[in-house]
Design a protein around this ligand. Sequence first.
Ligand SMILES: [Fe+2]
Length: 465
Amino acid sequence: MYTDARGLTLTTSSEAAAGHFSDAIDDYLDYRLSASAKLKMALDEDPDFVMALYFRTCFLQMLETGAVLPKVNQALEGMKQRLGAVTARERGHVLALEAWAQGDIIGACRIWEDILVEHPLDILALKLHHYLTFWTGRSYAMRGCVARVLPAWDADTPGYASIQGMYAFGLEECGEYDAAERWGREAVERNGEDLWAIHSVAHVLEMQGRSAEGVTWLDYADERWAGCNPFIGHIWWHAGLFNLAQGNYDKVLSLYDDQMCAVNSKFFVDMQNQVSLLKRLELRGVDVGDRWEVLADHGETRIDDHILAFNDVHFCLALAAAGRSDHAQRHIASMAAFGEGAHNGGGWTAITMAATTVPLCQALIAYEKGDYGNACDILWPLKDDIAPIGGSHAQRDMFAQILCDAALRDGRFAMARSLFSERISLRPSSGMNWQCYADALDGLGEGDVAAAARAQAETASEPAA
Ligand SMILES: [Fe+2]
């Protein structure tokens, strides 16, 4: 028995293995690719080290595709044979992974929460809970889990900056922007390598419409993040959003081509980022050329791969945006069949299919086919209930933007006025919101108010185009 950097017992016969395992956690918290190599070193020292086997298998599961499940389940069988020799905390981790692999995301998170009741310094349990809760869109669960362990930590506890960065993100998703920014900036000051904390501050800037600050916040040279895992692509996505809001479309396209697509990755987060940025460019009238094609090619390979609803929605949008509506419809049929499994004990992704994921995808297909009325009919009643597909408020805003655009295109100007009223109330710095609000007012014959809205668009800190 040895302990990790925070004093938690590790069942291993090797002190060196325990050290490598702790290093792997540090690397994971900073999104460094080297985490996997550290785990290999730990397992070279002690092949029976359950927590190292577990963490390695978590990385596999984090690819979020059914293709890895045979390997994950095989690894779980090996771990379960060793559970008699490990602590209750370590056993809990393995059972959480088993629930995760079965699609029971909530069940996995509950086990990590139970672990944290007894072991609030278990940063791996906290980070995995944070990661997986994110994909359920349950903001208060994210914030609450970090808040419950916070008093057990102080600035001298190794990894404290990561706790601050996670808390900042939970606060941000709950709309507590001032506190989120304060915690996030302090985390980055403590550890400038913490991409999640950098990302938490970026979210605050995004939600508050502070895109000029955001461009500066994420203005990094490529080589700054050499050695980072693919999460860096999501940081570039945020940089893309800030530049989009500033009207720097050439910069957005270069970020897309040179950073986000540089590794030609099929990793699910890359797909989400790329689909989301292309659609937002199109919503601003930018010609994205044939960029949908490669995304749709990948989407075709994932038609029956239902692991995260957020993935399904983006794969489906890629198919529809590339004009492959037959494939998109096949995807919907496959999702619907998967959702019916919810009645037989299916997990969160299955449960959310019928009420949220499938209708959302139907709306996206309708929108891409130019059937804007149908898109409005589906999205209007769904608009405030999309969170269960997971992701952040900033990511899910794409669906709100699509509804706004559909309402304008279908001539539903009263609906559009209502939707853009919401947007100018929440983000008055956006010139595009004011411009579209004015378009809706013009459609309703309210020329004077429209002219006033256009004047606001002219002076907004985020230009209209
Ligand atoms: Fe983000």
